[in-house]
Design a protein around this ligand. Structure first.
Ligand code: FES
Length: 130
């Protein structure tokens, strides 16, 4: 389709999230995968509230590379807050088109990978019941 960005590769691309204090995290993002879902693979949880492109909680600035939004997004949440600002992308609906570096507005959280599966491995004899 003419005019619609297309992912340039069927291979995973690398997404890097940078924090204002210099910390960063990188992870692979498979074709068709949104950024917050890909981030969970390394225990990173970007701030997502609505998950539907409406609230702006997942806003980020693109430092390098490009993304496309899939599904509707609030155009008001993409707008630059001041002249000279590049504007935002909404990570909950963003799919990287190539290796990309993003600077989220809100810091991500870290959680152990496979937290739920680890909890399910706990034998019943070790669970406390009152
Ligand atoms: S989480 Fe609400 S717009 Fe992305």
């Amino acid at each position: 389709m003419e005019g619609v960005p297309m992912r340039r590769s069927s291979e995973p691309v690398t997404v890097t999230l940078e924090c204002a204090d210099g910390e960063s995290v990188s992870f692979p993002c498979e074709p068709g995968q949104d950024i917050p879902t890909a981030a969970t693979g390394v225990g990173c949880r970007p701030r997502v509230v609505c998950g539907g492109g409406g609230c702006g909680a997942c806003r980020a600035v693109v430092v390098e590379g490009s993304v496309e939004h899939q599904g509707g997004v609030s155009q008001a949440k993409l707008e630059a807050p001041e002249p000279g600002h590049p504007g935002f992308v909404l990570m909950c609906r963003a799919h990287p088109l190539e290796d990309v570096v993003l600077r989220p507005v809100h810091r991500w959280m870290r959680r152990p990978v496979n937290r739920m599966s680890e909890a399910l491995k706990t034998p019943a004899s070790q669970t406390k019941t009152d």
